[in-house]
Design a protein around this ligand. Structure first.
Ligand SMILES: Nc1ncnc2c1ncn2[C@@H]1O[C@H](COP(=O)(O)OP(=O)(O)OP(=O)(O)O)[C@@H](O)[C@H]1O
Ligand SMILES: [Mg+2]
Length: 257
C-alpha cells in the first residue's frame, strides 16, 4: 500500500515552515492501523514549496543562485521529513527516510528510473520507507522538483500496490476549488474520459510548485491507465485515513479507468 500525506494536511500551507503537529501525530496513529506493507510519501507543504518557488527550481537551472536554492529546498524537505519520521516512530511504525534526490533519475521533470532494491528490502523486513517530494538533479533541465504525487504514482506501479491513498485537505476532487468557490460538488470518480473536468482543475491554495490538484490528478490518471486505481481522501478529518488504509473505499474521489 502506498499512502501520501499531503503537504496540505501536515503543514499550514499559508505559513512557512509550520508543521501541524497534532494532525501529524494523529495520522501516524491512523497509518499504524495498516495491515499490509506500507510505503509513505509526503509532500512539501509550507516547507518545500516556498523555497523552491523563491529560487525557481522547477524552471530548471538558469543561474548560480539556484545551486544554494537546490540545497536549501532539499534541506527544507529534510526538516519536514524528520518530523514525519519521528511521528511514525512514536506511533510504533519503524520508518526510514529514503532520499529521492539520491535514488531517482529525473529528466525533464519526469522519473526515468529509481533504485528500488533498498525500498523492496525495507518492505520485506517490515520497515516503512518514507519518501518525499524533493529538489533533484535533472539530466536535461539541470534541476527540477520531483513531486510526491509523481513518486506515489511511480512506486504504486513498480511495487504493484494493492491500494493507493492520497490524503489532502479537501474532501476530494471537486467541480471547482472548494477553497474558492461556494457551490461545489465532490466528484466521486474520475477517469481519463473526464477531459473537461481534468482541464479545469486548478492549482493549490497557497504556494505549490508542482501544480496542486490538477497535476496530482494527471499523475494518478496516468497510473489508472496502467491499471492501478488511487483514491484521494480528506486526511484532515479524523478517522478517514484509517478507514481508507483498512480497506474502505469511496471515502473521497477515486481516480480510475
Ligand atoms: N477542483 C478542485 N477540487 C479540490 N481541490 C482543488 C481543486 N482545485 C484546486 N484545488 C486545491 O488543491 C489543493 C490540494 O492540492 P495541494 O497541492 O495544495 O495539496 P497537497 O498535494 O496535499 O500538498 P503538497 O503538494 O504540499 O503535498 C486543495 O487545498 C485546493 O485548494
Ligand atoms: Mg500538491
Amino acid at each position: 500500500m502506498v499512502v501520501k500525506l499531503g503537504g496540505s494536511v501536515i503543514t499550514d500551507k499559508r505559513r512557512p515552515f509550520v508543521v501541524k503537529r497534532a494532525t501529524l501525530r494523529r495520522l501516524a496513529r491512523e497509518l499504524a492501523a495498516a495491515k499490509q506493507p506500507l510505503v509513505v510519501v509526503h509532500g512539501g507543504g509550507s516547507f518545500g514549496h516556498p523555497v523552491a518557488s523563491k529560487y525557481g527550481i522547477a524552471e530548471g537551472y538558469k543561474n548560480k543562485n539556484q545551486l544554494m536554492g537546490l540545497s536549501l529546498t532539499h534541506r527544507a524537505m529534510e526538516r519536514l521529513n524528520v518530523n514525519v519520521i519521528e511521528a511514525l516512530q512514536k506511533a510504533g511504525l519503524p520508518a526510514i527516510a529514503v532520499q529521492p534526490s539520491a535514488c531517482v533519475v529525473v529528466s525533464g521533470g519526469q522519473i526515468q528510473s529509481m533504485e528500488l532494491a533498498p525500498i523492496k528490502k525495507l518492505l520485506e523486513l517490515g520497515i516503512v520507507p518514507v519518501l518525499y517530494g524533493d529538489a533533484v538533479p535533472d539530466l536535461s533541465k539541470g534541476m527540477s522538483i520531483l513531486s510526491g504525487d509523481q513518486i506515489v504514482a511511480y512506486l504504486a506501479l513498480k511495487l504493484e500496490a494493492s491500494r493507493v491513498i492520497l490524503g489532502v485537505d479537501v474532501d476530494g476532487v471537486c467541480t471547482a476549488n472548494p477553497k474558492k468557490a461556494k457551490h461545489v460538488e465532490i466528484v466521486r470518480r474520475i477517469t481519463p474520459a473526464d477531459e473537461k473536468l481534468i482541464a479545469s482543475l486548478g492549482a493549490a491554495e497557497g504556494k505549490d510548485v508542482t501544480g496542486g490538484m490538477g497535476n496530482k490528478v494527471r499523475e494518478l490518471l496516468a497510473l489508472a491507465e496502467r491499471g492501478v486505481e488511487a483514491e484521494i481522501v480528506n486526511a484532515t478529518k479524523p478517522g478517514i485515513l484509517k478507514r481508507a488504509v483498512r480497506g474502505e473505499r469511496e471515502l473521497g474521489t477515486i481516480v480510475g479507468r
